[in-house]
Design a protein around this ligand. Structure first.
Ligand SMILES: NC(=O)c1ccc[n+]([C@@H]2O[C@H](COP(=O)([O-])OP(=O)(O)OC[C@H]3O[C@@H](n4cnc5c(N)ncnc54)[C@H](O)[C@@H]3O)[C@@H](O)[C@H]2O)c1
Length: 271
């Protein structure tokens, strides 16, 4: 058992993809779950799928007041907060620097980093007093793009590298009362979408043809995981019983991108 029975978890971007898989997984672990989600339609679907089991707050992670309201509602409903998961994110669809109009680059940067980085900091700030009370923890969703190039364009890569720093800094600052960790998933077919400022907000990763095959081709483990396949490390890190000594850690769940090497050995296939 993960020891999460009755624990209270707040996850941002819980209306789709990885966030929605986290909602289901934490509920199945016996936790109580609140979600901050910007899409009213996805929020409504969550309510109709999970009913009274969860608390759904419609709001924007880039707005401090929305994060504060989400924490307040989670605590009003469930009495405490044990884990805050900063998960909401948007993508740059691999757009290279050279393909931005110079005068639009700043707007794209501001929009993406506002969600992916500022959103997590605002949420962490809003959750802090409750997490101190519960001796709880924060988990950031990072990405392979937090470690390696080519998992996005320069803006997305910058945002995820920034989160690696945020995890280390907050783990340092908030010890001994609050643990702060990250999970860095590899690719998965989700609705991860683009930016209003460059008109890619209605595109989604799921529209990329052959994404799963591409993932199998580039990962040493030859896998194309689904969102639910990435949830285990979150459960581990949220559990004070299992992860009590863990802070400042980032679990890389990307099928082994860091061990691709130079020649293709595939020793595991020969046996
Ligand atoms: N899909 C991938 O290949 C992949 C790989 C590594 C990391 N990630 C990360 O996983 C996280 C979740 O992304 P996903 O792939 O599940 O995408 P998704 O689009 O399916 O889910 C993200 C959810 O966040 C919500 N959201 C977006 N902006 C928001 C805002 N300002 N305020 C509140 N909610 C907002 C969206 O409405 C959506 O429901 C992101 O941080 C992403 O960077 C995704």
């Amino acid at each position: 058992m993960s020891g999460l029975k009755e624990a209270v978890v707040l996850v941002t971007g819980g209306g789709s993809g990885l966030g929605r898989a986290l909602v289901q997984r934490f509920l199945s672990e016996g936790a109580r779950v609140a979600v901050l989600e910007s899409s009213a339609a996805r929020a409504e679907t969550l309510r109709s799928d999970f009913g009274r089991a969860i608390e759904v707050i419609v709001g924007d992670v880039t707005v401090y007041a929305d994060n504060a309201r989400a924490v307040e509602q989670a605590v009003a409903r469930f009495g405490r907060l044990d884990t805050f998961i900063a998960n909401a994110g948007i993508f740059d669809f691999f757009q290279p620097l050279s393909q931005y109009d110079g005068d639009r680059l700043g707007a794209a940067f501001d929009e993406l980093l506002a969600v992916n980085v500022k959103g997590g900091l605002l949420g962490a700030r809003a959750a802090l007093a409750e997490l101190v009370k519960s001796r709880g923890s924060i988990i950031f969703t990072i990405s392979n793009a937090g470690f390696y190039p080519g998992g996005g364009g320069p803006i997305y890569t910058a945002s995820k590298h920034a989160l690696v720093g945020v995890v280390k800094q907050l783990a340092h600052e908030l010890a001994p009362k609050v643990r702060v960790n990250g999970v860095a998933p590899g690719g998965m077919k989700t609705n991860l979408s683009g930016l209003q400022s460059n008109g890619t907000h209605s595109q989604s990763l799921a529209d990329i043809d052959g994404l799963d095959q591409m993932l199998r081709d580039i990962t040493p483990l030859q896998i194309a995981p689904k969102p639910e396949d990435y949830c285990g490390p979150y459960v581990l890190l949220a559990s004070a019983a299992d992860a009590g000594p863990i802070t400042g850690a980032i679990i890389q769940t990307d099928g082994g991108l860091g061990v691709r090497g130079i020649v293709n050995v595939r020793g595991g296939e020969a046996l």
